[in-house]
Design a protein around this ligand. Structure first.
Ligand code: SAM
Length: 271
């Protein structure tokens, strides 16, 4: 995947970074679309202690000093979790109820079927992330991921009057970007038959893709077997014409055959 992105031409439009893959081999995958949704400023290269946009103000220095003091950091994490959950619930996202349902489901059996026990995780993936000590490799992170995703959409579009509206805007823009790009580069007659969603998390983005392109076969790929188990468990309850396939792998070395997808999407995945 890294190689594909490396070769691809890149244009940025309305918060979306698009990679147009031109392979030299021809065939129907010649114009596969790679669309990456990025949330913040332009990506930076090199080893930075912190992103340049994060600034170096007295307040940021104070926060960094407080965070460095472990017992205080644990308290701050607890308090900020509480705020995040309460804010989501005030916006009608039943965070605790959604989490409980996942944790009390048969997701653990699905996990055993879906995980690749031979996967080698990159170092960054083994670090604490979003206040979860095990990062994305934990049941709590997986169980809370859908509520967190909904909550982020509302924060991104504060003027939206509901969570549904915020999601329609966020996901609608992304879908439209894919369709526009596909029309522009592949033409009306080129059908989207196979879609790969890299960094699919608990499958929210994959389900949007599968619903927009119901005749296509969609694959959701993620490093976290916990997230994929939540995605797969939900999918098993739906009767989709083409059920989504879930793959536990590293997006940088998927092991999937080259040129086998018409659309490759990375939605809200840090590049
Ligand atoms: C913010 S979530 C993406 C959300 C999802 N695409 C959506 O739009 O709702 C980022 C995901 O990228 C996954 N991820 C991070 N590094 C990865 C890698 N190298 N290969 C595959 N997945 C990765 C994480 O496990 C996480 O689920």
């Amino acid at each position: 995947m890294a190689a594909i992105l490396g070769r691809a031409g890149t244009t940025a439009t309305g918060g979306f970074r698009r990679h147009h893959q031109e392979t030299s081999r021809g065939g129907r995958r010649r114009d596969a679309v790679v669309v990456a949704a990025v949330t913040g400023a332009a990506p930076q290269e090199g080893s930075l202690e912190r992103p340049a946009w994060s600034g170096e103000t007295p307040v940021s220095r104070l926060v960094a000093a407080l965070i460095a003091f472990k017992p205080l950091y644990s308290l701050m994490k607890l308090a900020s979790r509480e705020v995040i959950i309460r804010t989501a619930e005030k916006s009608n996202i039943p965070w605790r109820e959604m989490t409980r349902k996942v944790l009390e489901s048969d997701v653990y059996e699905v996990f055993e079927r879906i995980r690749d026990p031979n996967i080698i995780y990159p170092d960054y993936y083994l670090s604490p992330f979003h206040a979860y000590d095990e990062g994305n490799l934990s049941w709590l992170a997986a169980a809370e991921a859908e509520a967190a995703t909904l909550s982020i959409a509302k924060r991104a579009i504060p003027e939206a009057t509901s969570i549904e509206e915020a999601n329609q805007i966020v996901r609608g823009n992304w879908m439209n970007a894919i369709e526009e790009h596909h029309l522009k580069y592949s033409g009306e007659n080129c059908q989207i038959n196979d879609i790969l969603d890299i960094g699919c998390s608990v499958g929210v983005s994959t389900r949007y893709l599968a619903e927009r392109f119901p005749s296509a076969k969609a694959v959701g790929l993620d490093l976290s077997p916990y997230f994929l188990a939540v995605a797969a468990q939900k999918e098993e309850q739906l009767c989709r014409q083409n059920p989504i396939r879930w793959v536990n792998a590293n997006g940088e070395a998927t092991g999937l055959p080259p040129n086998s997808f018409d659309v490759v999407s990375l939605a809200y995945v840090h590049l």
